[in-house]
Design a protein around this ligand. Structure first.
Ligand code: FAD
Length: 478
């Protein structure tokens, strides 16, 4: 039996590539039948919309969508794909499908929120019901504010204020629906922007077109290397969740050791693409058995660092382009192209930096401690603008995220809200002795010849002094 199209809702999937704990999907199924869509969005003429995906994320999303399509089809829900401006595509599809309602999970970057607001108004003007639902965050950014201020600028007070809140229960996977009529799908396919998964072109080309990507290593297909390290999609996510215990056990003492594969959870791409919800992870961490209070608390605290990044990104439009502390607009960066290339390609002559950049290139992921060291090296020892490093990470990380990436870069570079003091210049050699004393991490990512053949591109002491001088120069222009 085919279902009629009464009570039909279009669920617009974005950064929520899952079928469980999905409030929009659950509400849509409660109302009747569902048809789903994912759009490869281009920013509109006003610059509204999400930041175009970097190369590694495009690979991840392609793979994850193919699994989502299958999972939704088990529920009787067709997933359409389209490419172009969502402000045109979503209303057109809603009209062609003659849906009663459109639902989606909220996103929080200002340029995306403005676009979503516009689309919501357009759909309502056409007489449709439109709902946006929470799901990507534990704390809606506008619900937390300190006394006398509009948002938190420091993590600890934010964490103290929000971490005890009730986040509600994890929602189950909705029940299967009867198959929708093929005529309905045909009418959607008449929309010029509708295509199939391959037609989205997520695997074509290299980076985001920033130029910086192609500069380092020529054309490259992400799927060749990164795919050896990850299984995107819901089944891979379920397996990663099963391993959560290993990621949290010992976390308070081991999380800074990059060599130990299990010293952190490696769930960041799952959160980034919404294959797992933060609520689901919080609940799993709270109820995991045989975990010490210290391990549990320190891991959950990191989950709230992600919340804090989104809190800042929500309140600071263009956080990937402009420093939160405006005095950093006057910072005298050096921006030597050759030095940037050496950093990107892991040829600085400092083994911890080079191992980190190699891990990033090979796997699309880098351990947090090494992210801090490599970012400090670029922005302070090489005096490069943090934007260049942020862009490189944006193109190469499978977890590259519109909040965590720019906020973390600004934190390291000293221009962020709750930033590390500028004089905190990580010494990559001391960091190596402290966190990789047996060279286990370095041996994993650098061959002996690479290590021995590359001589240091800067002197650590001299470049540290130069960075502090540059900082003083900036302060003197205030
Ligand atoms: P775990 O240690 O197991 O932590 C669990 C989760 O908490 C993570 O998956 C992540 O969602 C969150 N989390 C952990 N540490 C942080 C942190 N310092 N800040 C914010 N959230 C955190 N994280 C991203 O998700 N996307 C990025 O694009 C990104 N870019 C970064 C760039 C730089 C320069 C630096 C220093 C850090 C960046 N981070 C980013 C934060 C952090 O490095 C990663 O979230 C973490 O390494 C992911 O590994 P994990 O899942 O094993 O984390």
């Amino acid at each position: 039996m085919e279902a009629a199209s009464e009570g039909l809702t279009l669920v617009w999937f974005r950064e929520d590539l899952r079928v469980h704990d999905h409030a929009a999907l659950t509400a849509a199924r409660a109302d009747g039948h569902v048809i789903a869509v994912w759009v490869r969005e281009s920013r509109d003429d006003d610059g509204l919309g999400p930041r175009p995906l970097g190369g590694a994320c495009r690979w991840w999303v392609h793979e994850s969508l193919s699994v989502l399509e299958e999972e939704l089809s088990h529920l009787g829900i067709p997933l359409l794909f389209a490419a172009g401006e969502s402000a045109t595509i979503i209303p057109e599809l809603a009209g062609r499908l003659d849906v009663d309602a459109v639902r989606w999970s909220r996103r929080y970057a200002p340029a995306s929120r403005s676009l979503d607001g516009r689309i919501k108004t357009e759909l309502r003007n056409r007489g449709l019901t439109v709902h946006s639902h929470p799901g990507a965050l534990l704390v809606e950014p506008w619900t937390a504010a300190p006394q006398g201020g509009d948002h938190y600028k420091v993590f600890t007070p934010f964490w103290k204020a929000v971490s005890g809140g009730d986040v509600g229960d994890v929602l189950p996977v909705p029940v299967e629906q009867p198959r929708l009529s093929t005529g309905l799908i045909d009418s959607a396919q008449a929309c010029a922007a509708v295509t199939d998964l391959d037609g989205l072109g997520l695997l074509d080309g290299t980076g985001t077109g920033s130029g910086v990507f192609a500069a380092a290593d020529g054309p490259r297909w992400w799927q060749d290397t990164i795919s050896r390290h990850w299984t995107p999609g819901l089944r891979g996510a379920a397996a990663a969740l099963e391993d959560l215990h290993a990621g949290i056990d010992g976390y308070s003492t081991a999380h800074d050791i990059p060599a130990d594969g299990a010293s952190t959870s490696r769930l960041s791409p799952r959160l980034r693409h919404g294959e797992l919800s933060p609520r689901q992870l919080l609940r799993a961490a709270q109820t995991a058995e045989g975990i010490t209070v210290d391990d549990r608390t320190s891991w959950i605290r990191q989950l709230y660092w992600r919340e804090f990044s989104w809190h800042l990104a929500y309140h600071h439009p263009d956080i990937d382009a402009w420093p939160i502390r405006p005095e950093f607009n006057d910072f005298p960066y050096d921006d030597d192209e050759g030095a940037l290339r050496s950093w990107q390609s892991g040829q600085t002559g400092y083994p911890l930096v080079d191992a980190g950049m190699t891990q990033l290139w090979e796997t699309g992921w880098m351990h947090n401690r090494v992210r801090m060291v490599t970012a400090s090296f670029l922005t302070k020892n090489l005096l490069h603008h943090w934007r260049h490093g942020e862009q490189w990470f944006w193109d190469t990380l499978v977890d590259a995220d519109e909040a965590n990436n720019p906020v973390s870069w600004q934190w390291v570079a000293g221009s962020g809200a709750d930033a590390a003091p500028f004089f905190r210049v990580f010494n990559p050699e001391r960091q190596r002795k402290r966190f990789d004393p047996d060279d286990a991490y370095i041996d994993e990512w650098l061959s002996e010849t690479t290590d021995a053949e590359t001589s240091p591109i800067v002197d650590l002491a001299d470049s540290r002094h130069a960075a502090l001088d540059a900082y003083d120069q900036m302060k003197s222009t205030e």
